[in-house]
Design a protein. Structure first.
Length: 134
């Protein structure tokens, strides 16, 4: 698939509680959209850069990182709908900020691919998941 690589990052605001020393990206509280243009090609096709995932599926990005995720039947999250190897996936970004030392906060952004019932991969790699295609 040769497409101009325009990666649309739905940056999820870091606003949830600091539970175990981390701020967890909360997807339902005003995500910010950033557009980044890159050279090269993506390993997947962007079908829709702005979809809303609802219900149990909306909790999968948080659950994929094994975080204490609140669940609500009416929850929603923003995602990108992608096509990869003949299948469709939602792609969401979650940021975790180490909050134990306020002067040395570091945010790690994770990319999670999932569908309506399963999280398939997390990048950068976490020990219990496979890495998403780059």
């Amino acid at each position: 698939m040769k497409t101009e690589a325009i990666a649309i990052l739905l940056v999820i605001a870091i606003v949830a509680g600091a539970g175990a020393g981390y701020f967890v990206g909360a997807s339902n509280q005003g995500p910010t959209t950033t557009t980044t243009t890159t050279t090269g090609t993506l390993p997947y096709q962007i079908i829709n850069p702005n979809v809303t995932v609802r219900g149990q599926a909306a909790g999968l990005p948080c659950a994929a990182l094994r975080l204490p995720c609140p669940y609500s039947a009416n929850q929603s999250t923003k995602a990108i709908l992608i096509g990869y190897n003949g299948a469709y996936y939602y792609l969401s970004y979650y940021g975790l900020t180490n909050a134990t030392n306020p002067t040395q906060r570091v945010t790690t952004w994770y990319t999670i691919w999932y569908d309506n019932s399963t999280a398939f991969c997390v990048s950068p790699k976490v020990e219990w998941s496979i890495t998403c295609p780059a």
